[in-house]
Design a protein around this ligand. Sequence first.
Ligand SMILES: Nc1ncnc2c1ncn2[C@@H]1O[C@H](COP(=O)(O)OP(=O)(O)OP(=O)(O)O)[C@@H](O)[C@H]1O
Ligand SMILES: [Mg+2]
Length: 251
Amino acid sequence: MEAIARDLKLSLDPVAFAKELGFNPDSWQAKVLMWFGNRILLNCSRQTGKSTTAAILALHKAIYKPDSLILLVSPSLRQSSELFRKVTDLLNRLTVRPRKVEDNRLSCTFENKSRIVSLPSSEATIRGFSGANLIIEDESSRVPDELYRAIRPMLAVSGGELILMSTPFGKRGHFFEEWDKGENWEKVKITAYECPRISEEFLEEERASLGDWWYRQEYECEFVEPVDSVFGYELVMGMLSRDVKPLFEEE
Ligand SMILES: Nc1ncnc2c1ncn2[C@@H]1O[C@H](COP(=O)(O)OP(=O)(O)OP(=O)(O)O)[C@@H](O)[C@H]1O
Ligand SMILES: [Mg+2]
């Protein structure tokens, strides 16, 4: 009876589930774990715990929502499989584990028919999947836009959830565009200063070693212009504005 009550609590409370896995979630992580919407953007500094949070969510859904399809996407198959490994490492922390009926380096299926699959980064090879309940795109700012466009329709019928998470990589690509102008997204920004596990001394050393441009991007979550960009994003967008009168009117 006690075991059933505990399991029920874990199924309803992903934060309690995270604690069961040995994590005491930071407040933003708890918010993401408890969030009920369908679209979330995590613009978070390096090492703040994006992948861990997403891996906990993936595992929670796989265990407590039978027949779920969970897809892990990233700029390369190696990176997707890294995230998948995070999920399986977490699974191994559970004292009572759900049984797997299929298990390999890139995917697994549980007895309740839920599947977690790491996808390659080629748009052509992922088209077979549909009806995803959760898609997690890791290192989103470096995922090709064609791949992003190919995964979105997989949510059409299922009404599933989509999580994009990354540090910025310039003012370009779908991660920036969704962050800048996307509607219907819950947007979460967490700089390195907000992470209790990253020390001030480490950040000072990083700023000195990486230089300002990389540092602002990696630790302060800023979408900075590529260093070699001749015209800035605002300047180009300003040139497209209808409010700006042309210098020379057409005859
Ligand atoms: N709430 C937490 N409590 C303790 N450790 C945590 C917590 N969240 C994450 N960590 C640890 O912090 C480290 C970084 O986590 P993770 O890899 O998830 O970060 P990330 O934001 O995805 O990093 P990167 O930008 O390098 O991909 C890992 O060792 C992870 O176990
Ligand atoms: Mg990560």
